[in-house]
Design a protein around this ligand. Structure first.
Ligand SMILES: Cc1cc2nc3c(=O)[nH]c(=O)nc-3n(C[C@H](O)[C@H](O)[C@H](O)COP(=O)(O)OP(=O)(O)OC[C@H]3O[C@@H](n4cnc5c(N)ncnc54)[C@H](O)[C@@H]3O)c2cc1C
Length: 495
């Protein structure tokens, strides 16, 4: 072999070795993840209820599946409410049960499973959707998509029910908007007296403002009239920024071409740089809107995205790999994309399916100016505890003028954290000090925490975050004097 040929061969081999080093490690890591990503979670035992935390199991008298036929369902629900009240049995209301603190569980009581109750009608011209409370966003998006319409405000995934979303007053990636209550025209509600009433901003406004964000304590939401918005093709842009300049970067994004349709940030949770860099994903209406728009595709539920996410559990390298993939690959893969497609993500892409561990969401709201200071505290607090932070996304939420137990009393930034932890009572208790520390940090900066997750806040922290809480629960007892509608959120903070 000539010297020249030998050099070329060495060059090619070195190049292959470098490729193997870079991709081989990733391939090995992802293969290991595929082999260990277990789906061995035992089903909830018959006669018990639980939620997405899988830490709230309790024996209940019965889980009542609401019939899908509206007339049957309403007759049965009225009878059920009246007989439960007469017998002194407590009633909890369950949608997709993605709350994580027993908000759908009243031990020993009846659980209303609203999911079969999911019919809907759409007035496309008026952009009004009338929908029963058990419908999931994954049921609704295809219906809207066929008419060129989209959901105005929902969570960042499609697996949640309308009734549950309204009762926590959810929010997501919709940019420059208050939470979902702002999109509700009216509600039909079954009260604790066993009567069905309509409420809105002009009719029984007191009930309307308590049921929205009311955690199932004021009555059963049967049906909602929601304002919807046009679907549109969006281009995606990703901007990397140090967390110190996150808020000024948001300002310049809004200034350049007006507020985008959707926006979220992701803060790096890899060991280096831990919580100091962020990627902001901006979805803007594309200049050219094809007619018709590309139709909605089913949501992804597995594949490489899931492996990359689950591979970050307990692994610094896995977290780095995910951060790199988000930075380098994601922009190539997605854009352009319709608003509905962006909203049609499924929790199946990342959910924990193992029996021994669980993934718990936390969410803290802070004024935008306090964002870097809050992250300074998170960076201090989290590593002191046995917590594995898998994800931290950031969304903006506008002030909420519609609900009583409001988290967004002004424009705020929401920091949504996703932790992996053991699925045991001890494992859960071990994280109470971390949650309380994070709540104190948010409170010290004029912020608060979101209510649908673990009930780890002290009563004092709840009162500091939600000063209207005492009046909210007093009004609950005025609407529901026999305290028929109950759950663990109420038994923890309501009395
Ligand atoms: C992985 C994950 C991601 C999440 N993402 C987001 C997000 O992006 N944004 C956000 O805001 N929240 C988010 N959440 C938090 C929150 O728990 C969900 O928004 C909410 O639970 C969604 O609805 P659901 O159908 O699961 O409600 P459920 O958990 O079933 O119920 C929630 C509350 O609503 C009440 N309720 C349910 N149906 C009715 C009804 N018909 N009438 C009266 N009360 C009712 C229940 O009693 C309960 O108190 C997330 C939670 C998880 C676990």
């Amino acid at each position: 072999m000539t010297v020249r040929r030998r050099r070329i061969l060495i060059g090619v081999l070195s190049f292959l070795a470098v490729l193997l080093l870079i991709f081989g490690r990733a391939a090995l890591h992802l293969t290991r993840t595929a082999l260990t990503d277990r789906s061995d979670r035992r089903p909830i035992p018959a006669g018990s209820a639980d939620d997405a935390s899988r830490l709230e199991e309790a024996a209940v008298e019965r889980i009542v599946d609401i019939p899908s036929d509206p007339a049957d369902a309403e007759r049965q629900l009225v009878d059920l409410v009246r007989s439960a009240r007469a017998r002194g049995v407590r009633l909890s209301i369950a949608g997709a049960r993605h709350s994580q603190g027993g908000h759908t569980v009243a031990p020993g009581g009846l659980v209303l499973n609203m999911l079969p109750f999911k019919a809907m009608t759409l007035d496309a011209e008026k952009r009004l959707l009338r929908v029963q409370a058990g419908a999931l966003w994954s049921d609704i998006l295809p219906v809207l998509d066929r008419q060129g319409l989209s959901v105005a405000v929902m969570q960042s995934d499609n697996n949640f029910s309308v009734g549950g979303s309204l009762s926590v007053n959810c929010h997501g990636w919709a940019h420059d908007r208050p939470p979902i209550a702002s999109t509700v025209e009216s509600l039909r509600v079954l009260t604790a007296e066993g009567t069905i009433v309509t409420c809105s901003r002009n009719e029984r406004a007191d009930l309307f403002t308590h049921v929205l964000g009311g955690y199932g304590l004021f009555g059963v939401i049967l049906e909602a009239e929601l304002r919807v918005v046009p679907n549109e093709l969006c281009t995606l842009e990703r901007i990397e920024t140090p967390v110190e300049t996150y808020v000024t970067t948001l300002g310049s994004i809004d200034a350049a071409g007006g507020p985008p349709a959707m926006l979220y940030g992701r803060v790096c949770v890899a060991p280096d740089p831990f919580l100091t860099k962020a990627i902001i994903t901006v979805a803007r209406r594309a200049a050219v809107q094809p007619v018709p728009l590309p139709p909605l595709r089913p949501s992804e539920t597995g594949g490489l995205d899931r492996l990359v996410f689950r591979g970050s559990v307990g692994s610094g390298y896995g977290k780095e790999l995910r951060w790199d993939a988000e930075k380098r690959l994601q922009p190539w893969l997605d854009s352009p994309i319709t608003r509905n497609q962006l909203l049609n993500g499924s929790v199946a892409l990342y959910e924990n399916r193992s029996d021994s561990t669980t993934d718990i969401v936390h969410e803290y709201f802070v004024p935008p100016a306090a964002f870097p200071a809050f992250l300074d505290q998170v960076r201090e607090i989290v590593p002191k505890h046995p917590a594995d932070l898998l994800n931290l996304t950031v969304r903006g939420v506008r002030a909420d003028p519609d609900t009583v137990l409001r988290y967004a009393d002004r424009d705020l930034l929401a920091l949504v954290m996703y932790f992996n932890q053991p699925r045991t009572a001890e494992g859960d208790r071990a994280l109470v000090p971390m949650t309380q520390g994070l709540i104190d940090a948010a409170l010290s900066l004029g912020g608060r925490y979101y209510l649908p997750y673990r009930l780890h806040a002290t009563k004092e922290q709840f009162a500091a975050a939600y000063p209207m809480g005492a009046a909210f629960f007093a009004t609950k007892r005025r609407f529901d004097p026999s305290e028929l509608f109950q759950n663990r959120f109420y038994s923890t903070y309501g009395r």
